[in-house]
Write a protein that binds this ligand. Structure first.
Ligand SMILES: NC(=O)c1ccc[n+]([C@@H]2O[C@H](COP(=O)([O-])OP(=O)(O)OC[C@H]3O[C@@H](n4cnc5c(N)ncnc54)[C@H](OP(=O)(O)O)[C@@H]3O)[C@@H](O)[C@H]2O)c1
Length: 227
């Protein structure tokens, strides 16, 4: 596969101007419909990526030490967040779950690789994960990234959903940002990637036809400065 867009060390030029808050390399990858939705009504899981794009996402995961998602993504989609490859390289799964609401049956608790959950709920126990309990006020992305950095993780793939991705955008610490636009239109009561009142222009640094959709690489710095 042409992996021009997968070279994680090939950053947009403007990234160099961003102060280094953390040493961890942060990549965001998300799939949206033609009309900008990441999920169906009520957060219902929908397939947006085609087979070719799923292979690309697997490659991105394989190049990352950890994959991070929000609690709603676990509740709605129940992803395994696994890498399918022959190397058996272990990666970590990280879930941001303030109230610790994900069910015990969640696939990320299957014990096949390390799962860390950032929460402020010290009352509930959950098997299959390392709970990182922090004060509610401390659960900002900056503090969470500092804790993740302490574990030795050097590269992080943020996969969603919208709430979590927008927190990373606001923090201004994203190194690389991929959006796959799938060949599908979703109902208007789903979850949008970007807030409706954002007016941001000229953010695309690379684009290409990819499988049945379009792959965009966008400049995360422009998102921050215009948000
Ligand atoms: N198309 C794609 O590529 C893609 C990828 C992933 C997910 N999705 C879709 O995204 C949907 C969910 O998106 P979403 O925006 O509703 O939710 P989300 O980003 O998956 O999760 C948000 C939740 O995570 C918790 N959280 C967020 N930031 C936190 C922090 N700093 N510390 C602790 N907890 C934190 C909060 O839980 P509390 O409510 O407890 O505060 C928050 O409600 C799913 O339905 C899924 O289908 C799509």
């Amino acid at each position: 596969m042409d992996d021009m867009l997968l070279k994680l060390d090939n950053l947009p030029e403007s990234r160099a101007k961003l102060p280094m808050y953390h040493k961890i390399k942060i990549t965001v990858n998300v799939a949206i419909s033609l009309n900008g939705y990441i999920s169906g009504p009520g957060g219902k899981r929908v397939v947006i990526s085609d087979r070719v794009d799923l292979e690309r996402v697997n490659d991105l995961r394989a190049k990352s030490d950890a994959i991070l998602v929000g609690a709603n993504t676990i509740v709605n989609d129940n992803p395994e967040l696994k890498i399918h490859d022959s190397t058996n390289r272990k990666h970590a799964r990280i879930v941001l779950d303030r109230k610790l609401k994900i069910p015990e049956s969640s696939n990320v608790l299957d014990g096949t690789c390390r799962t860390m959950i950032f929460t402020s709920n010290a009352k509930r126990k959950l098997k299959g994960a390392d709970l990182v309990i922090m004060n509610d006020d401390s659960l900002g992305i900056g503090n969470i990234m500092a804790k993740i950095e302490e574990t030795g993780i050097g590269s992080l793939l943020v996969e969603g959903g919208s709430i979590v991705i927008n927190e990373f955008i606001s923090e201004g610490i994203i190194d690389d940002f991929f959006i796959y636009i799938g060949n599908v239109i979703l109902p208007e009561d789903g979850i949008k990637l970007f807030r409706p009142n954002m007016e941001i222009r000229n953010i695309i640094v690379e684009r290409k036809n990819f499988g049945e959709g379009i792959l965009l690489r966008i400049d995360p710095l422009k998102l921050v400065s215009n948000a």
